[in-house]
Write a protein that binds this ligand. Sequence first.
Ligand code: GLN
Length: 549
Amino acid sequence: MAKFIFVTGGVTSSLGKGIIAASLAKLLQSRGLKVTIQKFDPYINVDPGTLNPYEHGECYVTDDGAETDLDLGHYERFLNIPTSQANNVTTGRIYQTVINKEREGEYLGKTVQVIPHITDEIKRRMMLLGESGNYDIIITELGGTVGDIESLPFVEAVRQLQWEMPEEDCMVVHLTLIPYLKAAKELKTKPTQHSVRLLSQEGVHPNVIVCRTEHPLSDELKRKIALFCNVKPNAVIEAIDAGTIYEVPLKMLQEGLDLIVLKKLRINGYSAPELSKWRGFLDKLNHPKSRVTIGLIGKYIELQDAYKSILEAFVHAGAMNNCKVQIVNVHSEFVTDENVHEKLKDLDGLLVAPGFGSRGVEGKITAVKYARENGLPFFGICLGMQMAVIEFARNVLGWKDANSTEMNTATPFPVIALMEEQKKIKKKGGTMRLGAYPCQVLEGSLANKIYQSTEISERHRHRWEFNNNYINDFTNAGLKPSGKNPATGLVEIVELNNHPFFIGVQYHPELKSTVENPHPLFVNFVQAAKYYAEHKADAKAEKLEKQTA
Ligand code: GLN
């Protein structure tokens, strides 16, 4: 029988509930418990798949093809175990289920209401992962902030569950903010008191209060919070701003968050925390021996959350290489033939990001050309790979108007085309090619060297694909498909001959990079960038010599 921890948030959004939940989960996991995390989001979209990244940040995709909140990425990166469809539930999905049941006549004769029908469905979903018998502890993060109208049914569901379950099977951790008033030189507890009161009014009393703060909390302050919020002083946890999110588990360990939880849930027989791998990673992260500069070219770069998993994958890969990866954001909309050299000349590697629609694609194509012609390590992900194919078609094969039919339906050279099964699809929600698919890697290829394997599985989120009608033209001219879906022949990887590192992948490797398992593509790309950085001075001198000779 699993035990349940609910994580709520107060005072303001963006406090990092996902990181706190993931850190607590990491600590419990490090003590030998089987833990998973799920997130309940109060918005009405059935999933975030149709949301603009500007609204919601990256859409994270699970192995089983769920389009989910980016916090699930943190859960996977911290715990090193995959999440699934069941780990992210929205208000939209809850209502959809209840309304479908109503249409089927499951509630015949009854008025369908928020309480009990919606709350029952929330509770059923909250318990679902516990039924598998795979977990000792399920942590549930409630999206939104306490006091929001839309989060009320979720808090009510937690209230009911707490009432229904034995006391030692369920607890609530509330994350709040202790603001610092510069003028008064004081940390203020009042917003926390209010948010705990609000939560209590909704019938839920937190067992632990985690306080985000920019300054350390004194014992006196902790006692004050404890008294006014009716928890024991050791249940007031300081969550001080950390240099990296990966420090947070260790900070929570110092604060004893895991021990309070284990005591409340009356869990015995846990071991001492085994965090040697984690500490090893942090040590490398904090003491890099070299540095590389990698350009991330995309159209959502104003919002870093839009590329969350890519940025984190670079953190993992950097640490693995004892190397600080400095990311330079390049806005694809503003890259032109005239300024591309100026914008990319100081880079040691170029990553062309995923994306949708035509805004900024010409800038991406121009940047790929620069990387191809200058031996700059190149890594294209999804749309980034498609751009590499288009660039090659235009500038090497000489097909000037080559394009993806996503950008130009009338192109004479549709080198990227809509997948056959996508042609009949009209509905936008959850209809892309989603989730994990196997890929057969060509023996002796760069991809093969990187993966050290010929059979891999990676996660997808796309509608367009490499057009296999042109496969021979590309292969003969030097852009070779080095990974294919074994069942359909869909091209999953392309790479360039005669280039130090040039690879594009139709899938999203960033989604599978974790602290303990950095993704080999990112690790090798950073390695290639390191090599490029170390040798670029020599290369330049050589070029100059040739020019003057
Ligand atoms: N827009 C492209 C497609 O749907 C690429 C998608 C992506 O980059 N995730 O195929």
